[in-house]
Design a protein around this ligand. Structure first.
Ligand code: HEM
Length: 511
């Protein structure tokens, strides 16, 4: 057995150890293929000596590349190397067969050295292993995010949408930052009840930095210490260790600070209603673990919820600037149903099928989480003719579902109409964009209604168009959550009357 030194090791020692381990792992891998020859391993791209094809997993534009591999290799594409297996599932059928129907063995997360251990995110719902602790966190989260509970937030969501509208009247060119801020406000209001203040602004800023770090950490292969865990002992001056140290401090501050604020406000009798306050007020003897769990559950809600939601709203703005004809159809529907005297609300949704189809098409055309969130298989499994080895990391390729070939509706074109055609079986993003099986996104009801009210409010009040002097070339972040990179577009009020409506609604806001 190898005894690890209790002190940081030098770069040269690290290099030697890496080579020894890599060679041992390559030998192990090689043997592994032989052992499993009785049943084939799924096909995949050929690899290089030692590292195999594993580093391809974290490549640029991975969702598109993996989807292209479907033609060559099929629904299952395996990447191997350094003792790891990563399996990409390229169809809804394969995803449902494994993640839904065989949930007990496919609902764990990959062991994450960087995110889980070094950043200290192992206690967040997203990273927790499938089991009792995870179940307890999901149960607490459900009390804040169930469909019934989310109805209670409709007022907050409409307030935040109107506030965003008012801010856009004043500084339309800052839409990118404004969308992030107002989505953050909704989640902070619901989770902590902290109103507009310097604390709220600080939380939003900290949360954004953390989300960036967390999103990078969640992609298998992004950090060498996830492929070769020994690297977690690398000296503190190594780049990823410095990233981890900064991240760890942020995580701790982000988890504890808002709880202190809520507790202080509760004692002073000035706390606004919030999910955290409700949990803190529960009798501790009934739930002895609550004190430990609450900060993590509340912190996870912000971190998992904000980025995905604003990525989708920014994608909507991009989609509207690029598809003016569809924008006009949605505006015409709102004008006919809602009229000139008020803004749309969430109760109008049933009468706004085209606007709802715009929401779905935005989520399909520009998916926010294009490769889902990875899972880990906890025992050997067999699917069709293939053997899937224990500990394989599973990537459900949502992009492959979004862009599956369709004879009637070109997947590359922005066409909300595809979701209004009952005769055409199209894959509704509400069935795949939020994940699968037991780990399906617990925030989907909140996300869905936030996105709808933001979209409907923006369409009612503004025209969104490309800049006069330039063309939009969409670019996106390459992390777990795919966010449009800042782009220029014009967001101008459709009329003075619409501007007045949004100002009046914003003036009565409580967020
Ligand atoms: C457009 C918005 C959103 C999208 C596209 C989205 C998508 C996803 C996806 C794909 C997963 C992975 C599920 C799986 O493993 O199969 C997930 C997990 C999760 N989401 Fe969301 N999400 C969104 C909004 C939210 C919001 C608003 C919240 C909280 C308020 C939230 C909280 C979470 C949490 C806590 C998990 C981890 C669940 C677990 O591991 O058990 N999400 N989400």
């Amino acid at each position: 057995m190898l005894i690890l030194p209790p002190y940081p090791i030098s770069e040269v020692q690290l290099g030697i150890l890496f080579l020894i381990f890599a060679t041992l792992l390559a030998i192990r891998c090689h043997c592994h293929v032989k052992v499993t020859k009785g049943r084939l391993l799924p096909p995949g791209p050929p690899g290089r000596p030692i590292i195999g094809s594993i580093l391809e997993v974290a490549q640029r534009d991975a969702p598109r590349v993996f989807t292209r591999y479907r033609e060559q290799y099929g629904d299952l594409v395996l990447f191997q190397g350094l003792g790891k297996n990563v399996l990409v599932l390229n169809s809804l059928q394969a995803i449902n067969d494994l993640l839904e129907k065989r949930a007990p063995i496919y609902s764990h997360r990959p062991v994450s050295v960087f995110g889980g251990e070094l950043l200290g995110l192992n206690d967040t719902v997203v990273f927790l292993p499938y089991g009792e602790e995870w179940r307890a966190h999901r149960k607490l989260m459900h009390s804040a995010l169930s469909p019934l509970q989310v109805r209670e937030y409709h007022g907050i969501q409409a307030d935040a949408a109107a506030l965003l509208g008012k801010a856009l009247l004043e500084t339309p060119d800052e839409f990118w930052t404004l969308v992030r801020t107002y989505v953050g406000k909704i989640i902070i209001a619901i989770t902590y009840g902290i109103p507009a203040s310097s604390v709220q602004a600080e939380l939003i800023e900290m949360g954004e930095e953390l989300m960036e770090i967390g999103a990078k950490a969640a992609i298998p292969g992004n950090y060498l210490c996830d492929s070769v865990p020994l690297f977690k002992y690398a000296p503190s001056w190594v780049h990823f260790q410095r990233e981890a140290q900064r991240g760890r401090q942020l995580v701790q501050k982000f988890i504890t600070k808002p709880i202190e604020v809520v507790k202080h406000d509760m004692e002073a009798g000035i706390a606004l209603p919030s999910f955290t306050q409700t949990l803190l007020a529960l009798p501790q003897d009934e739930a002895p673990e609550l004190e430990r769990r609450i900060p993590w559950v509340s912190g996870t809600i912000f971190n998992a919820g904000a980025e995905t939601t604003y990525a989708t709203i920014l994608s909507f703005i991009l989609a509207m600037a690029l598809n003016p004809d569809k924008q006009k159809l949605a505006q015409a529907e709102i004008d006919a149903v809602v009229g000139d005297g008020r803004l749309p609300n969430l109760e109008d949704r049933k009468d706004l099928p085209y606007v709802n189809a715009v929401r779905k098409e935005t989520m399909r055309w520009l998916p926010a989480v294009p490769l889902g969130v990875p899972r880990r298989l906890i025992q050997d499994d067999f699917y069709g003719e293939y053997h899937i080895p224990k500990d394989t990391v599973i990537i459900p390729n949502a992009w492959a579902i979004a862009f599956a070939p369709n004879e009637k509706y070109d997947p590359q074109t922005f066409l909300p109409e595809r979701f209004l055609d009952d005769s055409e079986p199209t894959t509704d993003p509400d069935t795949w964009a939020f994940g699968f099986g037991r780990r399906i996104c617990p925030g989907r009801h909140l996300a869905d209604s936030t996105i709808f009210i933001f979209i409907a409010t923006l369409l009612a009040v503004f025209d969104i168009s490309p800049p006069e002097d330039d063309e939009i070339v969409p670019e996106f972040t390459q992390h777990l959550v795919r966010i449009p990179q800042p782009f220029r577009c014009r967001i101008s009020p459709r009329s003075d009357a619409k501007s007045e409506l949004v100002k009046a609604r914003a003036a009565n806001s409580v967020v």
